[in-house]
Design a protein around this ligand. Sequence first.
Ligand SMILES: C[S@@+](CC[C@H](N)C(=O)[O-])C[C@H]1O[C@@H](n2cnc3c(N)ncnc32)[C@H](O)[C@@H]1O
Length: 307
Amino acid sequence: MCDNSGHLPVLPNQVCDLLDPQQGDVIVDLTAGRGGHAELLAKRAGENATVILFDLDAENLQFATSRLEKLGISVESHHESFVTAASTLTRAGIQAHCVLADLGFSSNQMDDPIRGFSFGSDGPLDMRLDSSKGTTAADLVNSLSEKELADTIYFLGEEPYSRRIAQKITLERQEKPILHTARLAQLVRDAYGARAHSSRLHPATRTFMALRIAVNAELDALDALLLDVETGGRKVDSGGWLHPTAKIAVISFHSLEDRRVKQSFVALEKSELAKRLTRKPIRATDEEKSFNPRSRPAKLRVVQLGS
Ligand SMILES: C[S@@+](CC[C@H](N)C(=O)[O-])C[C@H]1O[C@@H](n2cnc3c(N)ncnc32)[C@H](O)[C@@H]1O
């Protein structure tokens, strides 16, 4: 379910309560999406907050920017990966008080068949968050070796039938390239065979997730961000991108992401650079899960710099 922006922010109250933005704060939303979280955080901070937005998706970034501008909120936008956010902010001499990364993709991206994220409707096998450049899912599906495909689907999708699926894909693409989501979804279903009937998830769920993560190098981006948080935490007194008491919140949607965030935040605390504001990840309430099913796997972790 969505509001009229096409995406409902997950864990909205928990994000605002834990980041707790104050008047005059610099709020950095590294994954602006449709601007839902950014709007709530800016409103919570009051009049003098500055919001800085990053997103790989030009259309989402534009939407979020005008959403905030219409409310009279001071906003600055960057069409770039959050991988470069630390250097962009450092160059500009800006220190963030509140940082949010709500990982993955937004509902409107998922729901648009042209973007190729969904096996529910047919479209080009694209899956790029930034559709202006880079390798598409079709490029990967039609060029990786059978072993590379199997490893991608296994390690990034945790798909137990990865080898069988990779074998099916490499066999079928000899006939003609696999360019559409519906064909790939059908091939995965065929590879599952009779097991498809007993599978709780659609058989293509994990394969599509693995390809999306690979296309957008999502785990590399998260690793780079977590390193930038650590480096920023060490440099607070010498012009780093993070304010000495900055709060950083990350919302992840699968275990490969959450494990990284957890380990990084524990390490920050051990080195006395930060303290964790969430010992355990914050999850959606049953009520939120019922009106926003996207929130079901969401896990929120927050740290604050300073020990
Ligand atoms: C879950 S949505 C964010 C939704 C947002 N919090 C809201 O309330 O509307 C994730 C967004 O992050 C963007 N994104 C994903 N990886 C990114 C990256 N490495 N750098 C910048 N943006 C990224 C996606 O394009 C998408 O718009």
